[in-house]
Design a protein around this ligand. Structure first.
Ligand SMILES: [Zn+2]
Length: 268
């Protein structure tokens, strides 16, 4: 088990599955589960929380063996399984939503195999047991269809391979002073309106935060035109959507970009 935040079920049987989400969809457009996995795997005294599994567009991570209780829904922990899901809403990328729902159904089917009596029981929303927004209206509205899909898988209908749509090659570069440039399908757009920017970010377009050091490379003479052409060079960069590889966002941003582009050293 990868999380230490669990305890004995004290003889209770698993009675139902509780579905959660891990936060505000607007803050998790990229589908990256690393933050929540760390949170659910870190002891924090009486504030420790956990779940049996985390589901996101790219897969499932099991944190706790379901023979033990996870700490996800207070009074019902002893006799439930808790699943933390990527939070999404109507503005989240559709293909990521569909992949998440399929992964969730597969994980639930896995629990049906371990505990066949669960297949006869409806899914519960966290908000049925605690005063919370979790797991949001979209998950609540789909609990029946998620269960129906899990039953199909459990009964032998093969799992669909999550379909990944090609995402437009689009990146937003944000300087310490604010957004400078969007690169989109070979064209650049400078100083976009806040409304356009919000729409792009809500659609899951990766944002690269550029430090002053990076600007020195990208824009040595504060020449927007030069910077735009430089960004155009990034069009073949493999960003590993959804979400740029976290290491790319780290301090070695320029080195990572140069490596991705096959540039052995700075040419300016
Ligand atoms: Zn919850």
């Amino acid at each position: 088990m990868t999380s230490p935040n669990y305890c004995s079920r004290k003889g209770h049987n698993v009675q139902f599955i509780v579905v959660h989400w891990w936060g505000n969809p607007a803050h998790h457009r990229d589908g990256d589960p690393s933050g929540v996995i760390k949170h659910l795997s870190t002891p924090a005294g009486e504030k420790s929380v956990s779940a049996h599994a985390v589901v996101w567009p790219g897969g499932v991570t099991e944190l706790i063996d379901p023979r033990y209780a996870a700490w996800h829904a207070k009074s019902v922990n002893r006799f439930t399984i808790g699943i933390e899901c990527w939070p999404w809403d109507e503005r989240s990328p559709k293909d990521l939503v569909n992949a998440t729902l399929e992964n969730l159904a597969q994980q639930i089917a896995h629990y049906y195999q371990l505990y066949p009596h669960l297949a006869d029981v409806r899914l519960h929303a966290h908000s049925e047991h605690v005063a919370t927004e979790c797991p949001g209206k979209h998950y609540r509205a789909r609990l029946n269809s998620i269960r129906a899909r899990a039953l199909e898988i459990y009964q032998g209908k093969p799992a669909k391979q999550p379909q990944r749509k090609e995402i437009p090659k689009m990146i937003i570069f944000r300087t310490p002073e604010g957004v400078c440039t969007i690169f989109l399908n070979g064209e650049t757009k400078q100083n976009p309106s806040q409304a356009l920017l919000n729409a792009l970010i809500n659609a899951g377009v990766p944002v690269v935060e550029v430090s002053h050091d990076d600007l020195a490379w990208l824009e040595p003479s504060k020449n927007w035109q030069f910077m735009a052409s430089r960004i155009k060079d990034l069009k073949d960069m493999e960003t590993g959507y959804p979400g740029i590889n976290p290491t790319l966002k780290a301090t070695s941003l320029t080195q990572q970009i140069a490596t991705s582009l096959g540039i052995s050293q700075r040419t300016n």
